[in-house]
Design a protein around this ligand. Structure first.
Ligand SMILES: NC(=O)C1=CN([C@@H]2O[C@H](COP(=O)(O)OP(=O)(O)OC[C@H]3O[C@@H](n4cnc5c(N)ncnc54)[C@H](OP(=O)(O)O)[C@@H]3O)[C@@H](O)[C@H]2O)C=CC1
Ligand SMILES: CC(C)(CO)C(=O)C(=O)O
Length: 341
């Protein structure tokens, strides 16, 4: 089985080393000093006081790697949008594409029944770039629970967690999702297949949509955001708005809001990925985590004043600091809603 990890950064690099260790034929798309270090010395994972180094083919140009059985996209959402066309050389007739990312995925409405079927989200896929270049029928959804970091070129540090959620947008348990789970599990990671991956996407998103921007705005770690009475209340209010939107879209939340916040608090003094990106002057993943939820709120006629306020603040901070990647303007209807195909 050939697996290419597109974006061998914190999460992609962690998956790559662990899957390679499990005997999977893994290749990487990476760039810059990180790519050079991987080519020279292999990719190293620091985990629980150990160092594991694995060597595997790595390239900036995906054409060097050829058709794959699976492409795991572990890019930030805006980078995935930018790279959609470049992925084509990896895609054979049966290649599955796995979105190992936070936030609302571009394919969210693919295959769902009812009035929103195949609706495209402006905030995560303007110009339908990913939809057209990749095609939603290739997609396997993926939620990412571990926390990891690139600590120097070629070196990934594991912080906590080993769990991933997987699921087909059409809710079937297919051979391709089973084989993918086996390949992820082979090296010691834990992949669980969900009959409706959208429920799990919302569960993960529920935390990211509030903890990530609040931590970026305040520079507080996850434990502080989740326990300080003021930020906890703000996070909770944002989560309740999101839950109402999810519920209108048929999402089932398997834990309640306080249990979800308490779970995040237990992670400890973690700097969320958005705070880490801000520290490093890297573009912030704002649209997939917040704007997409606001867009879905407009779609189902729900107001989101808490989400709107935090979104406005983090967007403005991102603009002032030059770390808010803006997509080209895209046509929407008069209410600013997504346009169904
Ligand atoms: N890190 C974490 O703990 C967690 C992250 N996530 C999610 O996982 C996803 C991936 O995040 P993360 O791993 O942190 O991100 P990283 O920035 O660490 O990894 C992305 C990697 O892809 C590289 N890259 C970007 N564009 C290209 C390109 N066109 N060609 C080749 N390489 C490219 C980046 O290089 P460069 O640095 O040059 O941009 C970087 O090395 C995000 O959606 C994130 O929210 C989810 C849970 C936890
Ligand atoms: C690690 C965790 C869960 C914190 O919300 C995360 O997803 C992130 O930092 O983006």
């Amino acid at each position: 089985m050939k697996v290419c990890i597109y974006g061998a950064g914190a999460i992609g690099g962690y998956m790559a080393v662990m899957m390679k260790r499990g005997g999977v034929d893994v290749s990487l798309v990476a760039r810059g000093a990180h790519l050079e270090a991987i080519k020279a010395n292999g990719l190293t994972l620091r985990m629980a006081g150990e160092e594991i180094t694995e060597r595997m083919p790595a390239a900036k140009d995906p054409a060097e790697l050829g058709h794959q059985d699976y492409v795991i996209i572990a890019l930030k959402a805006h980078q995935a949008w930018e790279s959609a066309e470049a992925m084509k050389p990896l895609l054979g007739p049966d290649t599955a594409v796995v979105t190992a990312q936070n936030g609302v995925p571009w394919w969210y409405f693919h295959g769902i029944e009812g009035q929103y079927s195949d609706l495209r989200l402006l905030s995560v896929d303007p110009d339908n770039r990913q939809w057209d270049a990749i095609g939603p029928e290739r997609v396997i959804g993926c939620t990412v629970y571990p926390a990891t970091e690139i600590v120097e070129p070629g070196v990934i540090k594991h912080i906590y967690g080993d769990q991933f959620g997987l699921g087909e947008p059409n809710k079937q348990i297919t051979p391709r999702v089973q084989k993918l789970a086996d390949a992820i599990n082979a090296g010691g990671l834990k992949a669980k297949i969900y009959p409706d991956i959208r429920n799990d996407i919302w569960l993960k998103l529920w935390g990211n949509l509030c903890f990530n921007p609040i931590s970026a705005l305040t520079h507080a770690t996850l434990d502080v955001v989740a326990t300080d009475p003021g930020t906890r209340t703000l996070a909770r209010n944002m989560m309740l708005e999101a839950q109402r939107i999810g519920a209108r879209l048929g999402v089932h939340f398997r834990v309640d809001v306080d249990r979800r916040i308490n779970g995040a608090a237990k992670v400890g003094a973690h700097r969320t990925s958005m705070l880490q990106d801000l520290d490093k002057g890297r573009p912030l993943e704002i649209d997939a985590l917040l704007t997409a939820v606001q867009e879905m709120g407009r779609l189902v006629d729900l107001e989101t004043p808490f989400i709107d306020s935090v979104l406005a603040l983090v967007q403005q901070m991102g603009r002032v600091k030059g770390v808010y990647p803006t997509f080209p303007e895209k046509a929407a209807d008069e209410e600013g809603r997504s346009i169904a195909p």
